[in-house]
Design a binder for this molecule. Sequence first.
Ligand code: AMP
Ligand code: MG
Length: 407
Amino acid sequence: MISINEAIAIIKENIPFPTVEEQSLAQAVGRYLADDIHAPEPSPRYTNSAMDGYAVRWQDVSGLTPERPVRLTFIGESRAGEPFAGTVGQREAVRISTGAMLPAGADTVIRLEDTLEEAQGVVINVAKRQGQDVRHRGEEFGEGALLLRRGTRIAAPQAALLASVGIDPVRVFAPCTIALLVTGSELVATGSGIADHQIRDSNTVMLRAAIQEAGATLISCLRVADESQATAIAIGQAQADIILCTGGVSVGRHDHVKEAAEANGFAPLFWRVRQKPGKPLYFARKGDTLLFGLPGNPVSAFMCFAHYVRPLIGALAGLPFGWPTVSAQAVSDIANNGNRPNMIRVRRADAPSSGSYGITSAEKQGSHMLTSLADADGYIILEPGQTVLADDRIEMYQYDFRREPSI
Ligand code: AMP
Ligand code: MG
């Protein structure tokens, strides 16, 4: 049996290089950049006006006073998408819209509210400084500037930035693919009738949801009975970055996942982790395909998914291997009286100190008790004999399904 940290280290040593693919920007939203992005062009691309008003020469307006405004001749207009073709000469003005190209000759923009339109021209009432309300080419960034780093998640602002400099398509990491294999002769699908000795299959729907939340792509989902050959065939047919099995990894006579994986050429990397819940966790590899045997108990399966599979899915999509964590403060004592490290499900509660994220232990911690998960916001890991006293701080691993803005 190995420790939690040893299991994590083995998984990290076995992460295949993520697949890179080219995607249209629209399809790339939610993915992670495979390259550093440098600006292919400056921003703004051309010098333009920050305001609706008049493009003028500073030397024509610099001397005005409230008593002696300046009159300029109106010679045309520069609109968004329709620039003025000529040059602004002495005592001339061009009407200009926000974002429109600054015409040649002009160096300053006078806002509309500081002007008065007349029959042949325009009266300039106020002019504060040379270059006012002009956005210069390259003032935000020049050509070649680093815009976004490899591994950045493409959300709305990043997609807009890429679009603004004409990068479409873009190279991103491909989401990791998963084949789900749910084992157990006692299982029946939800929605079917059930006999007294049967168990409703909750792992299928739970893991499907968790896979989706983690950003991976589920490509197949199969339920198999506890039969050695059927399990071996199902594993042999699964094609994905990760084959995720549940059930059948304990020491029972009807637990076939390990032997079925190894019959298919998978090399075992670990089996059994000193932890509660989830002790029977199994991990194996064949080429670039990784296989997890999660325990069948729904809580154990979910905890193993959260702590081991979820960060691997992220790493395969180009993220650093890790967990979303919160520095939490215990509201009352939380103890591990057992003999294995315990992943204790905790709930958010009113914190003893203002501004803290308070936690309390979920009441029922049994690995067959789904309420311990459904009521929880995350989990903490306590060593055997360790107690977190009320008011003490501890790192909490936050569930994806409960991730909230920090306080
Ligand atoms: P196993 O790991 O196969 O020994 O299963 C451990 C416990 O989890 C048993 O009580 C199973 O009935 C239960 N179990 C296994 N698979 C599922 C599942 N898909 N949904 C709900 N319970 C399950
Ligand atoms: Mg079983």
